[in-house]
Design a protein around this ligand. Sequence first.
Ligand SMILES: Nc1nc2c(c(=O)[nH]1)N[C@H]1C(S)=C(S)[C@@H](COP(=O)(O)OP(=O)(O)OC[C@H]3O[C@@H](n4cnc5c(N)ncnc54)[C@H](O)[C@@H]3O)O[C@H]1N2
Ligand code: MOO
Length: 646
Amino acid sequence: MPFPVGILTVSDKCSQGLAQDTSGPALRALLEEQPGSPWQVTQTLVVPDEADEITATVRRWSAHSRLVVVAGGTGLASGDVTVAALEPLFGKRLPSLAIAMVVGSLRITPMAALSQVAAGIVGSCVVLAVPGSRKGSVENLQQIVAVLPHAVETAGAGRSTRQVHEKAAEPAPAAAEAAALEPVAAAAPAALCGCSRPDDAEPGERPTGSVAGRARKSPHRMVPVDEALVRALACVDALPAEDVALADVRPGMVLAAPVVAHEPVPAYPASVMDGYAVVAADGPGVYRVLGASTAGGLAALQVTRGTVARIATGAPVPRGADAVVMVEDSELVEQDDAGEEVMVRILARVQSGQHIRPVGYDVQQGSELMPAGAMVSSVGGEVGTMALSGGTHVRMHGVPRIAVLSTGDELLSEAGAPLSHHGAVRDSNRPALLCALRALGCVVEDLGVVPDDPEILAETLGAALRSCHGVVSSGGVSMGERDWLRPVIERLGGTVVFGRVMMKPAKPTTFATLPASRFVFALPGNPASAVVALHMFVAPLVRKMLGQGDTLEALRPSVTAVMRGPRMVLDRMRPEYVRARLVWSAEREAWVAQVADTLQQSSRMASMLAANALVALPRGTDARPAVCDGDRVTAIIIAPPSFSPQ
Ligand SMILES: Nc1nc2c(c(=O)[nH]1)N[C@H]1C(S)=C(S)[C@@H](COP(=O)(O)OP(=O)(O)OC[C@H]3O[C@@H](n4cnc5c(N)ncnc54)[C@H](O)[C@@H]3O)O[C@H]1N2
Ligand code: MOO
């Protein structure tokens, strides 16, 4: 059984999502990618340069890991606190390992003298501190990687707790299974967890044991909304490109390669008018009508001087003709018994080429019709253009496949079923989330209602993550005694990236990455909270996976609007996301966000009715305790805005 390893990256910038953690993944690769590797990285996390967070994480991990590598915060600046944070934890120091790292690295660069590497044992876990740069961290670990397994074995030997630790080293069966999945999402960096726990909190929070022993404080730091979104977005990429049959193209999909015209449009010289194909040099006069070239008909006719042919708009111009005269500029001279035209008088003089679209007039063969990155809208123009390109398939980013479930013993899944017992609640979240995800462009899988049972929940999540990029659940993420989502995610080998967000509603919104680049969004059970969280976090993630962009502005569009509604007292703790209707006011030449404050409770699904925006209200202060009618606010767009008053 491989030794479980934790890799902790210490970096202010990475923890704020301002830089990508490259050392964590590089260290992981160094340990896991050697043939017959004795290591399995089971925990990864990025924390800021805060001694408390470093100490708490290493103390927690050391109970379950045999090796913890801490990268970063080992420089000489006053903000570099890693070694100072670790030293009090060391039951035994391992100076020789530290010296081996320094000596080896000095052979590569004299700069190695400028970092404080450290090694020691916490419990029976070997803990190393290495520099934070990708190069420095790898070079240091490389110096001792050959002796590390033995160091770890020795550190754990002769202790009565050894067997317990080895048991803990075995990954849960569900985690092992999930890790074997074919990755369907772009590689997601798992080391982005920004949650911090109190020192005494264990992973899994409260999966077993008596209710009396439950956690009475959330172990998750309440992260600001934008930080949470940046962290979640960093875990996904645009899905890899695939060839999609034209009939399967849907709004929201994004081109991964340009659409090129396989053929010119029109493919033949085509008439722009209903009339007569003529030889322009003939001019006005009486001419014999040879027959007709109709739209879609073959240009089998040969027009010669002194003759004309009837022609319809869009039809091929017959050989010999070089212009078209409109039917309005002609007179009938003679017809036969069947009513066919025999002779006509041409009244107008036309130039050669007049009323003819030459080959490639609309589209040149080989020209780029649509660039890579273009998104398919519901307008129809994109799909229409793809169809006239002459190709059968287009190269597009994949479409996220998302499974949706509701949790809760109280929930009735069947629409219209009688309220079976006191306390029964109709499942309104799942239909709402499925509808919104479909509209965003996802392929959805409905997992139904899952009871508050960790076994069934783990089984359902594990199975869904085999075929889907992610799962969106609602309910079971707060402090209730049957709130199982987070413990189950961790049991499946997941890393909770954030477990609480500083917002109202939807505070308990949780995001976790799982093995094989899967993710779970565990949204709160309160109906309005679940839908708000979907639009605030899941929608931008889906847009990024579809390839619609990678900036916050592109993925979570917003406008400045004038608020119309009653005075609203601002929450002093959490910024509030108020459901609103965004309307363009021709009179004010501005967006107006109409807010009704009576229905804003998180239990009220009806607060979402007719909403196409979430007005982001800041936290209240003494200087600004409330917002009033006429104030300027930021409105996050969740559906197309309206251009007519309601
Ligand atoms: N002690 C604390 N209690 C609560 C906290 C807290 O911080 N400390 N947070 C509150 C907040 S804020 C929210 S939001 C909710 C979220 O709770 P859960 O996500 O665990 O959701 P449940 O407890 O399962 O359900 C809450 C509520 O919503 C109803 N529900 C659940 N699922 C559905 C559904 N699919 N369709 C319709 N209604 C649903 C459920 O019956 C409950 O009434 O926690 C607060 N508590
Ligand atoms: O944050 Mo909860 O979503 O207020 O109700």
